[in-house]
Design a protein around this ligand. Structure first.
Ligand code: 5GP
Length: 182
């Protein structure tokens, strides 16, 4: 599959979702993939909008039928990109955004080397910790796991062709628009 695909990575709570939503809201040609996950929904999350919330068995079925473009175990749950909707969006000429983790990005680099790979980083790890605490959607143990994963993800940022520091949201959005040719 070839097409206009942008892969966005970055540690937990860095604000990837906010940046991507702003870009998509301003540009109707942008299409944002909805990932499947075995994680439980947060109170504000809507099935089919934020994620497709699936059972372990449903996720196994997606993997077994080659229904995922990529997938990875992140933190303690599995996340994956349903392939068919991406194929349809690419065929319709949309600019596709995949917001996925570093392991998933590595898989996409194998199958779609022409995609754009963008890493969003926080101004500092201290700031990331503060944002995660402020969000308040995870237990202390979950926060600790996420920070450990965040450190591992930050160590991989050299693999990406573009880096965006999410210090000022407006600037981060305009950087992403620029990289996507919008
Ligand atoms: P959260 O649970 O905070 O929504 O997401 C946790 C991590 O899972 C984030 O790093 C996010 O980028 C990653 N993630 C979300 N969807 C996918 C996906 O479809 N594939 C992969 N590989 N990672 C994903």
């Amino acid at each position: 599959m070839t097409g206009d695909v942008t892969v966005i990575c970055g540690p937990t709570a860095v604000g990837k979702g906010t940046i991507v939503r702003a870009v998509a809201a301003a540009h109707p040609e942008v299409w944002v993939s909805v990932s499947a996950t075995t994680r439980a929904p947060r109170p504000t999350e809507v099935d089919g909008v934020d994620y497709l919330f699936v059972t372990e068995a449903e996720f196994d079925e997606l993997v077994g039928t080659d229904g995922l473009l990529e997938w990875a175990a992140v933190h303690t749950t599995r996340y994956g990109t349903p392939a068919e909707p991406v194929r349809r969006a690419v065929a319709a000429g949309r600019k596709v955004i995949l917001e996925i983790d570093v392991q998933g990005a590595r898989q996409v680099r194998q199958t779609m080397p022409e995609a754009r790979f963008i890493f969003i980083e926080p101004p500092s790890m201290a700031e990331l910790r503060a944002r995660l605490a402020k969000r308040g959607t995870e237990t202390e143990a979950q926060v600790a796991v996420r920070l450990k994963t965040a450190e591992a993800e930050m160590a991989a940022k050299g693999e990406f062709e573009h880096l965006i520091v999410n210090d000022d949201l407006g600037l981060a959005v305009s950087d992403l628009l620029h990289f996507m040719g919008l």
